[in-house]
Design a protein around this ligand. Structure first.
Ligand code: FAD
Length: 379
């Protein structure tokens, strides 16, 4: 009998555990550990800030996994010990034969002075606060701020700016509003290349949303954004993406490298430790271009399928090993019921080949359909 432990019930963890359960006989045990009781479909947070989604409609209950033969343990992972093949949690020790780490990326807000003056729309609570502020907003300057790189979903802050713009236009106060994006990036979604980045920049300009690149946030006290080099901008409403970090437990367990994330073989998602895999946002996955693979659910999903397949092949001693190929896609919500769609191969050598399809209603409905499918498929 083999015991496979999956850490994290987000995009990567839920897919890995479910696929393993399907591929392995009942004599093998699949355990998923998460400190949260709920899985959040994060892409829908962007609709929630416009009051187009209710929180309960974009969540999955992790205890449902028990009905599928996966043992779900609601506990905090406090230590990972690859030497003794064990995980220490808030409810006790769990040993493993195979370990899949999908603990995602956390945020650290309080390293930025004045962090309480910005709304972190990357979590459910913050997205709800932003929704309420946008309802009350009577005009002024809205800043969408990316504090630092890397951050989850390279498209999300840009989608947020487009959607806020469309929402305020619908409320009839667009002419009383200025929306500005501040980012340390040189272009939107730079890993996807200059053609795509310039196309998104042009779309922002057409909507009157100002794009301010190479701005490294230092503080936002009293809603005054201060950037390295001394530039300052005042805002009435700040929606921000705080600095991201791997959960402390992986650093404290000696699994990270100098990047602060877990280094992996980008094709197998194996770490340097025997039987230990890492997938999704928690990984440092260097591309041939020298940049890192973006942190996005689509990659966590694809990597989870590959790792689940390969562990099952080893245990069952049957089937074919697979490699993660770097394929990824994402919708780019533009508001007014329209979205774009970017897809391509991020492992292409020497640099990713990613194409942005013409925006249209079809892509928006594609994202809605994906949301429904995701929550139906895994919960
Ligand atoms: C607003 C927004 C929009 C997005 N839109 C898209 C999109 O359109 N497309 C896309 O591909 N990606 C999108 N993403 C990114 C996507 O959410 C992440 O890339 C994805 O969730 C990563 O999956 P993961 O399994 O690596 O981590 P996560 O999904 O973050 O899961 C990590 C899990 O680990 C648990 N955990 C963490 N630490 C511990 C601990 N110590 N003990 C126990 N449990 C712990 C957490 O509770 C969580 O459930 C978006 C993100 C945001 C914020």
């Amino acid at each position: 009998m083999a015991q496979i432990v999956v850490l994290g019930g987000g995009f990567g963890g839920v897919v890995a555990a479910t696929e393993l359960r399907k591929k392995l006989g009942k004599e093998h045990k699949v355990i998923l550990i998460d400190k949260s009781r709920e899985h959040l479909f994060t892409p829908s947070l962007l609709w929630l800030i416009l009051d187009e989604r209710k929180p309960e409609k974009i969540k999955g209950d992790l205890s449902v996994l028990n009905k599928k033969g996966i043992e779900y343990l609601n506990a905090e992972v406090q230590k990972i010990n690859p030497g003794s093949k064990a995980v220490i949690t808030s409810t006790g020790e769990v040993s493993y034969d195979y370990l899949i780490i999908s603990l995602g990326a956390g945020v650290v807000r309080d390293i930025i002075p004045g962090y309480r003056d910005g709304i972190n729309f990357y979590c459910l609570k913050g997205a709800e606060v932003l929704r309420d502020e946008l309802k009350r907003f009577e005009g002024g300057k809205v800043a969408v701020v990316i504090a630092s790189t890397p951050f989850k979903c390279p498209a999300a802050p840009y989608e947020a700016a487009f959607l806020i713009d469309a929402y305020l236009a619908k409320r009839g106060i667009k002419d009383k509003t200025d929306i500005a994006i501040y980012t340390p990036e040189t272009l939107p979604m730079p890993v996807a290349g200059p053609v795509l980045g310039s196309a998104v920049k042009e779309m922002l300009e057409k909507r009157g949303i100002s794009f301010n690149p190479q701005k490294k946030l230092i503080s936002m006290e009293n809603r005054e954004l201060s950037f390295e080099g001394g530039e300052k901008f005042k805002a009435d409403l700040i929606a921000w993406v705080p600095p991201h970090r791997a959960p402390a437990v992986v650093k404290d367990s000696g699994l990270t490298n100098e990047s602060g994330w877990i280094p992996v073989d980008g094709k197998t998602m194996k770490t340097q430790f025997d039987g230990v895999y890492a997938i999704g946002d928690i990984t440092a996955n260097k591309l041939p271009s020298g940049m890192m693979l973006p942190k996005a659910g689509v990659f966590a999903h694809g990597q989870a399928e590959v790792v689940a397949n390969n562990i099952a092949v080893e245990i069952n001693k049957a089937g074919e090993l697979r490699e993660f190929d770097g394929q990824g896609s994402c919708f780019l919500e533009l508001g007014h019921g329209i979205a774009g769609f970017a897809s391509g191969n991020f492992y292409a050598d020497p640099k990713p080949v990613v194409i942005l399809k013409n925006p249209g209603k079809m892509w928006h409905w594609g994202k809605v359909a994906f949301e429904k499918w995701w929550l139906w498929k895994w919960f």
